[in-house]
Design a protein around this ligand. Structure first.
Ligand SMILES: [Zn+2]
Length: 236
């Protein structure tokens, strides 16, 4: 693999501890490749993965690629400096969002695992662009198979929460260690990593990653139980 994008600069000593996954959101893979290598566009990623599983390395991992833009995770805003970025070819919500083919997902898994073997990236630092830029971004989106990736060792997926039968009032979360008071979830979202300065956007980003069949913007008991499970699993 040769590195082919001019769009990078120095990490200035920052250690890599995040992996950010994107979709390209352009009509085709070649169009995305051209843009990510266009000096005028000033955008890039370390890798681009085509729908057939072809992998392009665009920027050396030692360098800072320009993929995250204004972003935040766990209070850090220097996301490009501390991350590896992977662009996954998909037209995205604007141009006909569609499922990610199996060959492509296998390549995403292989590249991610090799990145994880080279850098100390904890599971909850494997994030989508929407997780770190909730008001601006929707990628890689709700069709992206996060649970499958986690099953294969990349990122985190919560143990399915078990809810008590619906009684009077708010369902009590009985599994995995205790009830949680709805209303305090914003703080917990922030504890996990989300920038909650625009809470509705943070809720949507959480759902796009962890409640992919419930993109409502409404916080419910299952969202709460899912977040509790994630916090209990959370690493450093
Ligand atoms: Zn993106």
């Amino acid at each position: 693999m040769t590195t082919i994008s001019p769009n990078f600069d120095s990490r200035e000593g920052q250690q890599v501890d995040m992996l950010v996954l994107h979709y390209t959101g352009m009509v085709s893979g070649p169009a995305a490749l051209e843009r990510l290598c266009d000096a005028e566009a000033k955008v890039s990623a370390h890798y681009l993965i085509e729908e057939d599983g072809t992998v392009f390395q665009l920027v050396d991992e030692a360098e800072r690629a320009w993929h995250a833009g204004v972003a935040n995770w766990r209070g850090h805003s220097n996301i490009n400096a501390r991350s590896i970025g992977i662009e996954i070819v998909n037209p995205g919500h604007e141009h006909g969002y569609r499922p990610f083919p199996e060959e492509q997902m296998q390549a995403v898994l292989a590249v991610s695992k090799s990145v994880l073997s080279r850098h100390p990236i904890p599971p909850r630092h494997v994030v989508g662009h929407s997780d770190v830029a909730p008001t601006r971004k929707e990628d890689p989106g709700e069709l992206f198979d996060w649970p499958w990736l986690a099953e294969h060792g990349v990122g985190v997926w919560p143990v399915p929460p078990i809810l008590a039968p619906q009684g009077l009032g708010i369902p009590t979360i009985v599994a995995l260690g205790g009830a949680s008071v709805p209303g305090q979830f914003a703080e917990k979202l922030a504890d996990y990593g989300y920038d909650i300065s625009h809470l509705p956007a943070a809720i949507m980003a959480f759902q796009r990653h962890f409640r992919r069949d419930y993109l409502t913007g409404q916080w419910d008991a299952e969202c709460d139980a899912t977040l509790e499970a994630l916090l209990r699993m959370a690493d450093g």
